[in-house]
Ligand binder design. Structure first.
Ligand SMILES: Nc1ncnc2c1ncn2[C@@H]1O[C@H](COP(=O)(O)OP(=O)(O)OP(=O)(O)O)[C@@H](O)[C@H]1O
Ligand SMILES: [Mg+2]
Length: 275
């Protein structure tokens, strides 16, 4: 895999669901960090998928995580979201929330949203209805389309439609959207849950060049208001969007810094170019 083409700048940070401040409700980010992984290890039948992994993410950051296949990137997200329990180490959301003690739904409820690669939108429902169904409602009742939408929720859907550039598609069945549009809709559905931290695993895989560019704009518009951790193999994309890049290899962090810094790192070059 090439790690070249590093010319793009950080880009414009305006727009988005834009509150002008980082979403951190209920999370203590008094020390700037919103996510702290410390010395995390995960073994599968003796194989260390994560091996003493430590990582800190600041609130409002757009962090990219790269690394070869099998480096442990998805496993790291599994630990953050409670899908996999670490054998050792600590994982904190802000200063006080111990993620290793919470269930997957509890972690989602505290404000960590995750997008898997395959979009899971409701194809028969319109784009608007998909967002409506995704809203954070009273947990005792599954939100239904017959329940009356209050004006704040309605406004939020319109704002998110604008953010994900699907205003013009609002009345179309989601099943008719392009692959890229479905991915954006799913991000919109995550935003309806009012997350603080968004974890996106290979979000531009399978997208056209144009869709990839639009995704870069979308993620940059979300950064600042939200904290984003993006795992991607597309290095041009990473170079375009990342504030900081973390490089994983064999379950641990081998380099961290700007894209320019990590691409000059000897070990990173070795891992990526197989020298
Ligand atoms: N549930 C599991 N059981 C056994 N081994 C697993 C399990 N999940 C992951 N692994 C192994 O752990 C290692 C790390 O996998 P992981 O999926 O986290 O890598 P990745 O960095 O996301 O790779 P890719 O870029 O291919 O998505 C791999 O060797 C994988 O085979
Ligand atoms: Mg993976």
């Amino acid at each position: 895999m090439s790690i070249g083409l590093l010319s793009s700048g950080a880009g414009d940070r305006s727009g988005g669901v834009g509150t002008g401040r980082v979403m951190t409700t209920g999370v203590d980010v008094s020390h700037r960090g919103i996510l702290y992984l410390e010395s995390i290890s995960v073994s599968f039948d003796g194989f260390k998928a994560l091996n003493d992994l430590s990582l800190t993410i600041d609130a409002g950051e757009l962090r990219c995580v790269i690394g070869p296949n099998g480096a442990g990137k998805t496993t790291m997200m599994d630990v953050i979201t409670g899908k996999t329990r670490p054998d050792a180490g600590t994982a904190f959301f802000g200063q006080t929330i111990d993620l290793t003690r919470l269930s997957e739904p509890e972690i989602a409820d505290r404000g960590i949203g995750r997008k898997f690669q395959k979009p899971t939108v409701f194809g028969q429902h319109t784009v608007f209805e998909n967002l409506e169904l995704a809203r954070k409602a009273d947990k005792r009742v599954w939100p239904t389309l017959t329940a009356k939408l209050d004006s704040a929720a309605h406004r939020r859907i319109l704002t998110i439609l604008d953010t994900i550039k699907l205003t013009g598609e609002a009345k179309r069945p989601a099943g008719l959207l392009s692959h890229g549009q479905k991915q954006w809709l799913e991000i919109g559905m995550l935003l309806m849950q009012e997350p603080q931290l968004l974890l996106l695993d290979e979000p531009v895989a399978g997208m056209t060049d144009d869709e990839t560019l639009r995704s870069a704009e979308l993620f940059q518009s979300l950064a600042g208001d939200y904290t984003l951790v993006v795992v991607e193999h597309d290095m041009d994309f990473v170079a375009r969007i990342a504030d900081r890049v973390t490089v994983l290899h064999e379950g641990r962090v081998i380099a961290e810094g700007s894209m320019q810094q990590v691409q000059q790192d000897e070990q990173v070059i070795e891992v990526f170019l197989g020298r």
